[in-house]
Design a protein around this ligand. Structure first.
Ligand SMILES: Cc1cc2nc3c(=O)[nH]c(=O)nc-3n(C[C@H](O)[C@H](O)[C@H](O)COP(=O)(O)OP(=O)(O)OC[C@H]3O[C@@H](n4cnc5c(N)ncnc54)[C@H](O)[C@@H]3O)c2cc1C
Length: 421
């Protein structure tokens, strides 16, 4: 019998297992054979949640994230952190970070089972039993669901709600370091284009020898539609051709999957906790999920460590600090930023998205104060996030709209202010 079973070896499960292994006999179960390649944006405020892993390790973090570009068909804009001294964060080769967490977990005595999918869970008063597709059965005092958006079936089976989700698609573009340096004068690009998707961006996350690109689909989009659309974009979308010139991709390696949108309300049951994207812990609009995975892993470990020492039975009531801290650090302030953006930009119709996005980029280009706020949001601890900054930005954007747009969008901005803030 284990003290803890963790299902899922993404950022949430791997970093949690890494933190708890010295306090508990821990089993980590992962359905995949290995860890998928991912090139992600990794803001500076993630650093304090790395549990000893060095953010200056170039193998894992190949370059700084210094420049973000916002694309609109008519204008480009963005922020260059040189203006404020320090970078926004790093670009991370996420599979290498996860690999490091898992290796260290094993070195400290943890057990890992890859290629094993948990099919069923049985809760008993004194333990939780899990059953896998290999016919294995394991039991533990506490079960951690860190199953991301690929474990919703299991999550529902054990009685947790699941977050809203949309189908997304991504792939890597490959090229030489020189070619990538030549093509990209930024590290991250965020492009709202309603013809691609009305609920999320088309993006580039730029590493040194590979670039992740993709988009979030519309409600009801099928996998085949997303795959064909991404292929068409890469082949034909003139606007991005200078960036992808000479780079290679393979349509058979396009990855589709659900991307969670909004947090669920209850993160614990007796002897069970949900972490990261499975709990919908991904910021709205920006889809910053690594940070939330790291934070939720850290908060879960902090909640559990004293209970392990007291031979607890991990009743829901004993786990309540986890929810309280998730609210304090992520949901009550920091998440409002993405929620506000989402409310203003999405589900508003193509013409409106285009208009407000353009006004926003013009404002970023003009206002050093706004650029500093964006820079600060990447670096400062989230619990101190100042919502007044968002309200100020919202007012500025509204003031820049034309008279007729002010009339038609006034109630939208007012509702955002009242509902989100
Ligand atoms: C294209 C794309 C780009 C992104 N870019 C960024 C970015 O730049 N920066 C950022 O911060 N965030 C980004 N995100 C979001 C972020 O990557 C995710 O929110 C985060 O990785 C989720 O981590 P997780 O550990 O909670 O879940 P996951 O990474 O999904 O891990 C869950 C794991 O659980 C396993 N699993 C599920 N069910 C079972 C089961 N029944 N049995 C065994 N194993 C199971 C799965 O196989 C999976 O490996 C991006 C997301 C996407 C899709």
């Amino acid at each position: 019998m284990y003290d803890i079973i963790v299902i899922g070896s993404g950022i949430s499960g791997a970093s949690f297992a890494h933190q708890i292994v010295e306090n508990a006999k821990t089993l980590l179960i992962e359905a995949n054979e290995g860890i998928d390649l991912r090139t992600n944006v990794f803001p500076e405020h993630n650093r304090e949640y790395l549990n000893g892993i060095n953010m200056e390790n170039h193998d894992i973090f190949p370059c700084n994230h210094k420049k973000t570009r916002y694309f609109h068909k008519e204008i480009k804009g963005g922020i260059d952190s040189d203006e404020f001294g320090e970078p926004l964060g790093k670009i991370v080769y996420t599979e290498r970070l996860l690999d490091t967490f898992i290796k260290q977990f094993e070195e400290k005595g943890g057990t890992v089972k890859f290629n094993e999918r948990v099919k069923n869970v049985q809760k008993n008063p004194d333990k939780v039993q899990v059953y896998t597709n290999n016919g294995e059965e394991y039991s533990a005092k506490l079960l951690i669901l860190a199953t991301g958006s690929r474990g919703f079936d299991l999550q529902r089976k054990v009685g947790f709600e699941t977050p809203d989700s949309y189908l997304g698609i991504y792939t890597h573009l490959n090229g030489s370091e020189n070619q990538i340096k030549e093509n990209f004068d930024f590290d991250y690009m965020f492009h709202l284009n309603p013809n691609i998707g009305q609920n999320g961006p088309f993006f580039f996350n730029v590493g040194t020898d590979r670039v992740l690109t993709g988009f979030l689909g519309n409600a009801g989009d099928t996998e085949a539609q997303c795959i064909n659309k991404l292929d068409r974009i890469l082949q034909n979308y003139k606007y991005i051709q200078p960036n992808i010139k000479g780079l290679k991709w393979d349509k058979s390696e396009f990855v589709t999957g659900e991307i969670s949108k909004h947090p669920i309300t209850e993160f614990t049951q007796d002897r069970m906790m949900v972490l990261g994207e499975a709990a919908g812990l991904v910021t709205a609009f920006f889809y910053e999920g690594l940070f939330s995975g790291l934070v939720s892993a850290n908060l879960a470990a902090k909640t559990i460590k004293p209970l392990l020492a007291n031979d607890s039975n991990f009743a829901k009531n004993e786990l309540k600090n986890y929810k309280k801290e998730i609210h304090r650090i992520l949901l009550d302030k920091y998440y409002k930023n993405g929620e506000g953006f989402e409310y203003i930009f999405y589900n508003t119709g193509s013409t409106t998205i285009n208009k407000i996005w353009k006004v926003y980029i013009e404002f970023v280009n003009e206002s050093k104060r706004l650029r500093r706020n964006i820079w600060d949001a990447h670096r400062a601890p989230p619990e101190g996030y100042d919502l007044e900054k968002d309200k100020w930005a919202g007012r500025q954007i509204f003031n820049r709209l034309s008279f007729t747009d002010k009339i038609s969008l006034g109630s939208k901005f007012l509702s955002a202010l009242m509902k989100v803030y």
